[in-house]
Design a protein around this ligand. Structure first.
Ligand code: PEP
Length: 256
């Protein structure tokens, strides 16, 4: 079901005690949405998941930042969806651009990770987005279409309904360069069109599509004002509870 979602990707930041303090600060400042339409998803380092307590009553959930495509076995250093689920995660980020570029994860592997997440009861937050050169060449839509096609569109309609899509232009991640509200709306609307082509309009309209890339308290209002932007995946600004909560206010006030 389409929801407004503010997700935090802490990446490889915070010690256990810092992470716990940050989580508790966000949790105590988070205003539960009475309609249940606005939820918060925190993706701390996986080592912290068993220390923090999600609170579904308040609309606060936890996520892994990545998972293996395998459930268990001789895969040293990997963490499976089964394990994430066992320490309280309900969601998992898959295909973040840092996984794609630094760790060489390709769509065919991401597709298997999506499957691993779903078969183990986790909702995937599937990231897509073009590099700067791809946008300069006008190829952003083809790139995003390919990422969705190869990583997600093998799913049945029922399983696709469990997916959250995060559009994160790579050139905007951690750079301070945000997509303009027009660029974000244009791509989010395109993503819905591609989903409709592969499934149907109802499913396209029911999918939450988040924006990520240098979203902060100063630009959140304008980004979230777009009808196809259902929330954000926040990196840097999610490490400061006050900024994250301020972004949450922007999202909350954008809900009609
Ligand atoms: C991210 O890593 O998903 C992200 C959006 O980072 P930032 O907000 O720092 O650009």
């Amino acid at each position: 079901m389409r929801k407004n979602i503010l997700a935090a990707n802490w990446k490889m930041n915070t010690s256990a005690s810092e992470g716990l303090a940050l989580f508790n600060e966000v949790k105590s400042g988070w205003n539960a949405d009475p309609g249940g339409n606005l939820i918060c998803i925190i993706a701390p380092p996986s080592t912290h998941l068993s220390l923090i307590n999600a609170d579904s009553e308040k609309g606060i959930y936890c996520a892994g930042q990545n998972c293996s495509d395998q459930d268990n076995g001789a895969y040293t250093g990997e963490i499976s969806a089964v394990m994430l689920k066992s320490v309280g995660a309900d969601f998992v980020i898959i295909g973040h651009s840092e996984r794609r570029s630094i760790f060489g994860e390709k769509n065919n592997l991401l597709k298997r990770k999506v499957d691993a997440a779903i078969r183990n009861g986790l909702f995937p937050i599937y990231c897509c987005g073009e590099q700067q050169g791809e946008r300069e060449d006008g190829n952003q839509e083809d790139v995003v279409r390919g990422q969705l096609q190869e990583g997600l569109f093998h799913l049945s309609a029922e399983d696709f309904g469990k997916v959250i899509v995060a559009y994160e232009p790579v050139w905007a991640i951690g750079t301070g360069m945000t997509a303009t509200p027009e660029q974000a709306q244009e791509m989010h609307s395109f993503i819905r069109t591609v989903i409709e082509e592969n499934y149907n309009k109802e499913i396209a309209m029911d999918t939450s599509v988040l924006y990520g890339g240098s979203c902060n308290p100063a630009n959140a209002n304008d980004l979230f004002a777009n009808e196809d932007v259902d929330g954000g995946l926040i990196g840097g600004a999610s490490l400061i509870a006050g900024d994250f909560l301020q972004i949450a206010k922007s999202l909350s006030s954008s809900i009609p």
